[in-house]
Ligand binder design. Structure first.
Ligand code: UD1
Length: 429
């Protein structure tokens, strides 16, 4: 297993291009199951998660070609015929979002057998809302031995889906299934994340009739079939926010390009409150921090447009060196403070009670060996390492490879001292 070694103390200066959004790319790839024509996705990130999903889609019958286009990496996906409607455990467990092939398979083939998902160990993360939505659309669902068996022999039928609370995955899943359902579907209490708008845009280019994505009520007029399309994956707001926080932690001046600031306004205003200089541009943002300590500020994670739970760990890393006490409330996942003991190993002073962490800022951090526990937590350790004295070694970086494209390269290009230690060079932790 690879590790990442960071020698703290270097200021960051330069430019970082932001990749296409992981969380969008994997849902867009699943949309290829809905048509027998080619879906061409541009601005594609190359990540472990897109690879995992690619393996599963190939098993189902999707032909996938990866190529370099004018605007960067592209993926061409074509499922002329359905080769299989079974998504086995060994492929689904690697990434929770693979579960979202269930709805499109049902819509296209009238049946599917999909393993219950795995993914990051950040709480229970059930799929009850996904299954309720598919049932509302007329599917019969049975659960046996870790698999969902779903049937809709005469096709899915439009319905009113009223989610009891906001779920990104369930909203996207309902959308992916409803575009081919007969009649009208209304999704209420829908998630409003930008990735949902991106999925709806792509589906509309494929001939779907979706409106209201990005608001709490999505309307879908079912169509008989979808066709091929070309769609550019929207920029990754979590990667943008992560590098913004890395620059603020290390100090210096970094311009993030190929991205959008409106998606991370909640984060940027919190960073400004803490004393970071933020300059917004048409194609991105410049983050600048001179010497001196930042101020401690409070955050609470919430569904979009609230503070993203996927940036909570990184923000906490920044707060470990702030002046004062920062209260960080996690309201989305019940087990998303696993980075706390690891940050503690670097000298951070953090107490957790229930869903609330109190970060008492310290004067300095000291490098140590730490362990990544999930995707976003792992990058918070890298951020902390950028400002810690001496060397920080982050183990289990496969979590990081799931969601960050060329992380070491992008940081090193701005002067960070970050390198990957290949698994064979050291004994695994
Ligand atoms: C997505 C993102 C993830 C992000 C999260 C919240 C992807 C691939 N992942 O995850 O990075 O952290 O949104 O912004 O896009 N829940 C249920 N039953 C369900 C579904 C969800 O109880 O059927 C719960 C979850 O356990 C969680 C909450 O709802 O507590 C929100 O989860 P959800 O929005 O569904 O997150 P994901 O789609 O899994």
């Amino acid at each position: 297993m690879d590790r990442i070694a960071i020698t703290g103390g270097a200021r960051l200066e330069g430019e970082i291009p932001i990749s296409g959004a992981k969380n969008s790319a994997i849902k867009l790839m699943a949309a290829s199951l809905l048509t027998d024509q080619q879906l061409r996705l541009t601005n594609m990130p190359r990540l472990a998660d897109t690879r995992f999903l690619g393996q599963l889609l190939r098993r189902l019958g999707v032909e996938i070609v990866e190529q370099d286009g004018e605007g960067g990496a592209e993926t061409l996906l074509t499922m002329r015929e359905v080769a299989s409607t079974i998504a086995p455990y060994d492929l689904v467990r690697q990434m929770r979002a693979s579960f979202n092939v269930l709805g499109p398979l049902l819509a296209r083939a009238g049946q599917a057998k999909v393993s219950l998902p795995g993914g990051c160990t950040i709480g229970a993360r059930p799929v009850d809302l996904h299954l309720d939505a598919l049932r509302a659309l007329g599917a019969t669902i049975d659960l046996h031995e870790g698999y969902v068996y779903a049937q809709a022999a005469r096709g899915l039928v439009g319905a009113e889906i009223d989610f009891p609370f906001v779920s990104v995955g369930a909203t996207e899943h309902a959308l992916l299934a409803a575009v081919l359902a007969r009649g009208h579907t209304q999704i209420r209490n829908a998630a409003r994340e930008p990735e949902i708008g991106d999925l709806a845009d792509c589906l509309n280019k494929m001939g779907a009739r979706v409106s209201g994505a990005g608001t709490a009520t999505i309307e879908i007029e079912g169509v008989d079939r979808l066709h091929g399309a070309t769609h550019a994956v929207l920029p990754d707001r979590i990667e943008t926010g992560t590098f913004a926080l890395a620059a603020a932690m290390a100090g210096g001046e970094v311009r993030l390009t190929n991205t959008r600031t409106d998606f991370i306004e909640t984060l940027l205003s919190k960073m400004e409150e803490a004393g970071v200089h933020v300059t917004r541009h048409n194609d991105g943002v410049t983050i600048k921090r001179d010497g001196g300590r930042l101020r401690a500020v409070e955050i609470e994670t919430d569904p979009y447009p609230g503070f993203a739970t996927d940036l909570q760990a990184q923000f906490m890393a920044l707060m470990t060196l702030a002046d004062g006490e920062s209260v960080i409330r996690e309201t989305i996942f019940e087990n998303r403070f696993m980075h706390v003991p690891e940050l503690g190993r670097l000298g951070a002073d953090i107490g957790v009670a229930g869903g609330e962490a109190r970060v008492r800022g310290v004067e300095s951090l000291e490098g140590a060996q730490v362990m990544a526990t999930d995707l976003r937590a792992s990058v918070s350790l890298v951020i902390a390492g950028l400002a810690a004295r001496g060397e920080t070694i982050v183990g289990r970086v496969y979590h990081l490879d799931r969601g960050f494209e060329r992380l070491e390269e992008k940081l090193s290009a701005c002067g960070a001292q970050v390198r990957r230690i290949k698994g064979e060079e050291v004994e695994d932790a």
